[in-house]
Design a protein. Structure first.
Length: 260
């Protein structure tokens, strides 16, 4: 594992030709991507970003805005951009990945590809204020999206530990407003669930407005966390984009480890 508190490298693949950087959803953490890192190594070197204010970084102050978080992540990733780098973000992480890609645009280390999962295009605004509500509202939302291990809801102490990070991440996502600017140069691959309450098909298609290159839309059955059910297919898309491998599903190693 990397000694950098921002970057987790669970299964180093130093000889891999391409690198994948994973950016978690609101309330999520780097460990969500550990099964992906294990499956894709050694063909792909996978890094997962750990935001401040959660788990082993719980004592650190939260980022207060998408811009602040994107600035910090961009700087932390610069030493890792020594090979073609693809960004993968889910939900809030997809918007963050886009903002990081914008910051690297025109540099000597631009992003190779952006994989945006479970998130509407940056220019599509919804007036959401869940972060201003009570804890019961946040918990109900987590249950509705089915992206959190259900055993957590039975442990009040654990809930009290994670809810501040969930609330702050929702604040970052809900107060984000796209600042118009040139499209990014790299391709964008959009992955979405056909029953995701947070992303309509039109909002997913609108990612095409944010790239000078191609936009490839992949629709899966399921809701906001469709990628858990379709882990094989999602990782096949990743492998295709990062390494040029076939889109045939990859065999998942040690299936009991879930994306949770």
């Amino acid at each position: 594992m990397s000694e950098n508190p921002w970057v987790r490298r669970y299964f180093p693949a130093p000889d891999a030709p391409g690198r994948l950087v994973c950016l978690p959803h609101a309330g999520g953490s780097a460990v969500f991507f550990r099964p992906m890192a294990r499956t894709l190594a050694p063909a792909i070197d996978v890094l997962a970003v750990q935001y401040p204010g959660r788990q082993d970084r719980r004592a650190e102050p939260f980022a207060l805005s998408m811009g602040e978080l994107a600035d910090a992540v961009t700087e932390q990733l610069r030493p890792w951009l020594d090979r073609p780098t693809t960004l993968f973000g889910h939900s809030m992480g997809a918007t963050l990945a886009f903002e990081v890609a914008r910051r690297l645009e025109g540099s000597e280390q631009p992003v190779h590809c952006l994989l945006a999962s479970g998130r509407r295009a940056p220019s599509c605004v919804r007036r959401e204020q869940l972060h201003l509500g009570d804890d019961a509202g946040l918990i109900a939302e987590l249950k509705r999206l089915s992206g959190t291990d259900t055993t957590i809801f039975d442990d009040d102490e654990v809930l009290r530990m994670i809810l501040p990070a969930v609330r702050m991440d929702y604040r970052i996502a809900e107060t984000y407003r796209y600042a118009p600017g040139p499209p990014i140069s790299c391709p964008i691959v959009v992955l979405t669930g056909d029953d995701d309450p947070h992303v309509t098909l039109a909002e997913a298609e609108a990612w095409a407005d944010h790239t000078k290159s191609e936009m490839d839309l992949r629709v899966f059955t399921g809701g906001h966390f469709f990628l858990v059910r379709h882990a094989d297919a999602v990782m096949a898309v990743i492998a295709e984009r990062v390494t040029g491998l076939s889109t045939r599903p990859l065999a998942i190693r040690n299936p009991p480890e879930r994306w949770r």
